[in-house]
Design a protein around this ligand. Structure first.
Ligand SMILES: *Cc1c(COP(=O)(O)O)cnc(C)c1O
Length: 372
């Protein structure tokens, strides 16, 4: 079946004995077992598994083209589980501009537990090659990166990793499987914050790991999920499956509107530079064209001015609300350096915008007003 069809049908018949078109929410934390502790669907206790979680895990695995998936209570919990599946002393290669929360998680927690890491420029495959060590176990890819929208060649990195027996992980939160399918390009594991486009309405927190193979490493991730306990609620899983049914069409809208907004910004005299992989002027455009079906809803741009000018711009919009995060139906933006706080390397005149599903003319009119 094609992607759009899978998004609507995959997972619906799991844990759904009444054949309801929309499966019920199963809030029960416990399931009846036989005298010897068995349950026919292997359901015992909701931390371990729940019908709504099974439905969503099946759905996201189908959409990414993986054999299996594990859902978590947040994107960070999913990323942490991948690293906790490693052993102390293992080494990981991470993009220098990796999602800031993952950087903090690695530096403040995993490093104390013996994880070794190098944060490097991932746009250059030779640079990655030169950082591989005998104990390197994971190469982490995030493309487009945040907030500079740098593009990494997924197939090239996966090939390098495979030839060195190293696992690759791709954080596919921004592009979503509608725009980019890392497993098909040779990657082993896909990571998601489902709080973004999968949820799509700024009202669910969640994460997931999708694995190409049901292998020993994924078993370790599952152990962290079940024994670490950062699991999503049945209600959140149900809502997430509901949102995912429209993911294909929402992403088409985000792609289309962001393309228009990026073109508008690129032409505006008060804008110094625009970072959007769909623009021909973007340094990663050729690779992006090769590996992405659409360029997504996220744009960063530089105001032609200093810190104060930029703060004024984000203050003048009426329709576009100031907020962090991304992927909702509403357009939001933020002065990225202020959001990232101490240690931010974002330029003082950078604004990051999550282009929503309002009519693009209204978004552009508000941008016109804000840029003055
Ligand atoms: C938001 C985000 C995360 C973290 O997810 P949470 O659901 O906020 O924990 C990880 N990676 C990327 C690319 C993100 O945008």
């Amino acid at each position: 079946m094609k992607f759009e069809t899978l998004a609507i049908h995959a997972g619906l018949d799991i844990g759904n004995p009444s054949k309801a078109i929309i499966p019920p929410i199963s809030p029960s934390t416990i399931f009846e077992i036989d005298e010897e502790g068995r349950n026919p669907d292997d359901l015992h206790y909701t931390r371990l598994q729940n019908p709504n979680r099974q439905q969503f895990e099946h759905l996201i695995a189908a959409l990414e083209g993986g054999e299996t998936a594990a859902a978590f209570s947040s994107g960070i919990a999913a990323g942490t589980a991948i690293l906790q599946a490693l052993d102390p002393g293992d080494h990981v290669i991470i993009p220098e501009d990796v999602y800031a929360g993952n950087r903090m998680m690695i530096k403040k927690i995993m490093t104390r537990w013996g994880l070794e890491s190098d944060f490097i420029d991932m746009t250059d495959v030779d640079n990655i090659d030169s950082h591989i060590k005998p104990n390197t176990k994971i190469i982490w890819i995030e493309t487009p990166s945040n907030p500079l929208m740098r593009i990494t060649d997924i197939a090239a990195v996966a090939e390098l990793a495979n030839s060195n027996n190293i696992r690759t992980v791709a954080d596919n939160t921004w592009p979503t499987p509608v725009n980019q399918l890392p497993l098909a390009l040779g990657v082993d594991l896909v990571l998601h914050s489902t709080s973004k486009y999968f949820g799509g309405h700024s009202d669910i927190l969640g994460g997931a790991v999708v694995s190409k193979k049901e292998d020993d490493f994924f078993e370790r991730v599952l152990t962290v999920q079940k024994m670490g306990g950062s699991v999503p609620s049945p209600h959140d899983c149900w809502l997430l499956s509901r949102s995912t049914r429209t993911l294909s069409y929402r992403m088409r809208g985000h792609n289309e509107h962001a393309g228009k907004v990026a073109a508008f910004l690129a032409d505006h005299p008060k804008v110094e530079d625009v970072f959007y992989p769909g623009l021909e002027s973007h340094t990663g455009h050729e690779i992006a064209k090769k590996q992405m079906k659409g360029f997504g809803g996220m744009i960063s741009f530089l105001v032609d001015g200093d810190y104060d000018d930029t703060i004024k711009v984000v203050g003048r919009a009426k329709l576009i609300k100031r907020a962090t995060s991304l992927g909702g139906v509403e357009t939001t933006w933020e002065h990225r350096r202020s959001s990232e706080g101490d240690g931010s390397v974002s330029p003082e005149n950078m604004i990051r915008i999550s282009v929503g599903l309002e009519h693009p003319d209204d978004i552009i009119e508000d941008l016109e007003r804000a840029l003055g």
